[in-house]
Design a protein around this ligand. Structure first.
Ligand code: NAI
Ligand code: MG
Length: 354
């Protein structure tokens, strides 16, 4: 049966890089008759907001639920406040479909300058808790306009929430022959939530994968290690806030936003998962046709892997790697002059050659 993909290109370069991902998808379908895909494009974006007063229609989540996966571009536009675009489109999708794993591969690529690699390959993944933790709406303000004015912002961690993200990280480690899990913590200073995190992380690893080594590292030291010895990591598991920060740092140490994919996963596959580049709509270069489509195309690769086609995931990643290795077709962000479309064409050509 066909894989049903809901496509949301969004705003700015989101629309431009999505075109290249769809080009790659077409190319794959022509080469591999076993791949049956149905795509539907949804125009939910800032344009949509300007016309309708909302980022997506009332029945949008019900519509998306009938799909196997969501391929998302990027949103963000000067005409709509950023917290509206995020909280009316991305957040409802992540929360409603219980996409509690934010997965980001951090991998060095040929021909991409990384000041940190020292010739050694960087290749690890981050599992960020994506549904609870520090990003909660519990809290508020007291004594407004008075000298003792104050605010409280609560972190909410549940045993089940921690067990689920750590389980997902352990499952990945076992399936990919990894030996070590690194947990980001700060239990020396944040004595309630982070001690709870430590406790349930170590219990879960011990129960689910006793053969895996678990190291717990304070977040302040861990960011330094990301820079000093990024080759040492295999699978990093972190709370929502720590994982958010580590993910962008991870993307920077292997060459930047134009190359970095991500997945918002519901591992049980009760609901569709969502795949998107880490970057935003890049208003500074939108409309020029020069954005790097690799992050979006790699996000498509993650989608296919999650939908039971790891062969096609690897094929796309190999094609991307080969184009970078040749170093002829490169967009401006990685030191070249190619257009978005030329980069997409080069990756398709590599797929055809294989
Ligand atoms: P951004 O990721 O859009 O851009 C940051 C810098 O990286 C810019 O200089 C941009 O030109 C460059 N860049 C990003 N992606 C690139 C690509 N594929 N190829 C070449 N260069 C690329 O982040 P920024 O500027 O902080 O935010 C712009 C808008 O995007 C805002 O409205 C923000 O809210 C939104 N945003 C949306 C996200 C999403 O849809 N998930 C994530 C991050 C930001
Ligand atoms: Mg972030």
């Amino acid at each position: 049966t066909a894989i049903k993909i809901a496509v949301i290109p969004g705003d700015g370069i989101g629309k431009e890089v999505m075109q290249e991902a769809l080009k790659v998808l077409n190319c794959l379908q022509e080469q591999h008759s076993s791949l049956q895909i149905e795509t539907t494009i949804f125009p939910w974006s800032s344009d949509y907001y300007v016309q309708h007063g909302c980022m997506m229609p009332n029945d949008a989540l019900a519509t998306l639920q009938t799909y196997d996966a969501i391929l998302f571009g990027a949103i963000g536009d000067a005409r709509v406040p950023d917290d509206v675009t995020v909280w009316e489109l991305i957040m409802p999708i992540r929360k409603h479909f219980q996409q509690y794993v934010n997965f980001r591969p951090i991998k060095s690529l040929p021909g991409i300058a990384s000041p940190l690699a020292n010739g050694k390959e960087i290749d690890f993944v981050i599992f960020r808790e994506n549904a609870e933790g520090e990003y909660s709406d519990s809290g508020g303000r007291l004594y407004q306009q008075q000298p003792q004015e104050m605010t409280i912002q609560n972190t909410i961690m549940t045993r089940i929430g921690i067990e689920k993200i750590v389980h997902a990280a352990c499952d990945y480690a076992k399936q990919h022959g990894k030996t070590k899990i690194t947990s980001a913590t700060k239990s020396n200073a944040i004595i309630h939530s982070m001690k709870f995190w430590d406790e349930h992380t170590s219990k879960t690893v011990a129960q689910s994968s006793p053969a895996l080594q678990l190291e717990s590292i304070y977040i302040d030291a861990l960011v330094a290690y990301f820079v000093e010895r990024p080759q040492n990591f295999e699978v990093v598991v972190a709370s929502n806030l720590f994982g958010d920060i580590l993910s962008d740092l991870g993307s920077a140490i292997v060459g930047g936003l134009g190359l970095s994919p991500s997945a918002n996963l519901n591992p049980e596959k009760d609901f569709p998962s969502m795949f998107e580049p880490v970057h935003g709509s890049a208003p500074d270069i939108a409309g020029k046709g020069i954005a790097n489509p690799i992050a979006q195309i790699w996000s498509l690769a993650l989608l296919l892997g999650h939908q039971g086609r790891p062969d096609l995931e690897q094929l796309i990643v190999k094609a991307i790697t080969a184009v970078l290795q040749e170093g002829v077709v490169k967009t401006a962000d990685i030191g070249g002059q190619a257009t978005t479309a030329q980069m997409g064409d080069a990756i398709c050509q590599e797929i055809i050659n294989r």
